[in-house]
Design a protein around this ligand. Structure first.
Ligand code: FNR
Length: 372
């Protein structure tokens, strides 16, 4: 870790200045060294998509209703046969010991204490088994296909043996698009922070070489499953297979037809193709393509409970929280992440109460308006 940049150690209490979930964004700047902060907060390229992800929410307004007051209101949701108390999930986020010594273990503890489904990344800095031990909450495993099929299979088998209830295949990050902010800040992952699930990443040699292929095209091919591999996983997995990183309605339709249990509309928090549309702006078209009943999740840009409300109103069943989770983790470890979830949930409930929504289905049926 960069010890040259002054920064604070994680607290064991919640600072009084945190008044809403978004406040963790600014406070984290005091707790995360500058180069690591650049890596986490940055998007790819010129940060165009990163920026649009957040501003897309401002184009919509929630119109308050004055009557009648909602009765028996609840944020509960049924997803893949499981009852969740709220629609906030913790997105897969790699290398969490970059911001807190306990990394994913602290996050898992927060997930457990707030009844939150946690998605453990292939690139977690503690093993998927350790995360599973720490959390009795609903948990899913996020899979990056590995260049060698046997290594991918081993990860899947370990996740299922450790009790993960779904496999989330991320398809949008086969190419590591550089974050110019991280490059300029001189970010280099410290040797102490490793991908703990990958026994020896260096030994994972590619499937096949084709002569004359550039590094970028090769990377795209080697780090993504073939259609056949993906179909085989969907057909044979004992747990639901969900696909993360979808932005095009046609891709969504094809994945639905292939038997994927659900889709996560996401642009990786603006970290893949810079210039890709804001996730929110493509969500309605994807919902139209897959129909009302198909499980559709959403992430990228969520910083408040009203963002969550808007994503659900525009077609999401539930949402994933990415950077906010790391920011809260850096400030106060498990306590911070649990507090951030609690704040988001209260902010969502506030929107529901004031817009006359008793359930998430009511939110889905709510029409948003232009703000001016
Ligand atoms: C990510 N994300 C990510 N996604 C994934 O499928 N596997 C991973 O290992 C990671 N790692 C990762 C690291 C960091 C530092 C960030 C910021 C993001 C993407 C993540 O799951 C999610 O899609 C975005 O973070 C959502 O956008 P917001 O909430 O950060 O705006």
């Amino acid at each position: 870790m960069n010890t040259h940049t002054p920064h604070l150690s994680p607290l064991d209490y919640i600072p009084a200045e945190i008044a809403c979930a978004r406040d963790y964004v600014s406070l984290a700047q005091r707790f995360i060294p500058a180069d690591i902060l650049a890596y986490i907060s940055g998007g790819s390229g010129q940060d165009i998509t990163l920026h649009n992800n957040e501003t897309a929410f401002h184009r919509w307004a929630i119109t308050p209703r004055v009557m009648p007051a909602p009765e028996n209101a609840t944020t509960a949701i049924q997803l893949f046969g499981e009852q969740l108390r709220h629609p906030l999930l913790l997105a897969p986020v790699a290398y969490q010991t970059l911001v807190h010594p306990q990394g994913e273990l602290a996050t898992a503890y927060a997930a457990k204490s707030t009844d939150t489904c946690m998605l453990a990344s292939t690139l977690s800095s503690v093993t998927l088994e350790q995360i599973a031990q720490r959390s009795t909450a609903e948990r899913w495993f996020q899979l990056y296909f590995q260049p060698r099929q046997e290594n991918t299979n081993a990860l899947i088998q370990r996740a299922i043996a450790a009790g993960y209830q779904a496999i989330v295949v991320t398809l949008d990050a086969a190419i590591q698009a550089p974050s110019l902010r991280a490059v300029r800040a001189g970010f280099k992952r410290p040797e102490t922070v490793k991908a703990a699930n990958l026994i020896d990443p260096g030994s994972d040699t590619p499937r096949q070489h084709s002569s004359g292929e550039s590094r970028i095209f090769r990377s795209r091919r080697e780090n993504a499953p073939t259609l056949q591999q993906l179909q085989q996983l969907i057909d044979e997995s004992p747990v639901p297979v969900i696909i993360k990183g979808v932005l095009h309605p046609e891709d969504a339709g094809l994945l639905q037809q292939s038997g994927a249990a659900g889709i996560i509309v996401s642009n990786h928090g603006g970290r893949t193709l810079d210039g890709a549309p804001a996730s929110l702006s493509v969500l309605p078209a994807i919902r139209t393509t897959v129909g009302d009943q198909y499980p559709l999740l959403f992430d990228s840009g969520i910083r408040s409970g009203s963002d969550v409300f808007k994503a659900i109103a525009l077609g999401a069943d539930a949402v994933l929280i990415g950077r906010l989770q790391l920011y809260a983790l850096s400030v106060a470890g498990a306590l911070g992440v649990a507090h951030m979830i609690k704040l988001l949930r209260e902010e969502l409930e506030l929107c529901m109460a004031m817009s006359g929504c008793a359930t998430l289905a009511d939110i889905r049926a709510t029409e948003l308006h232009k703000p001016f």
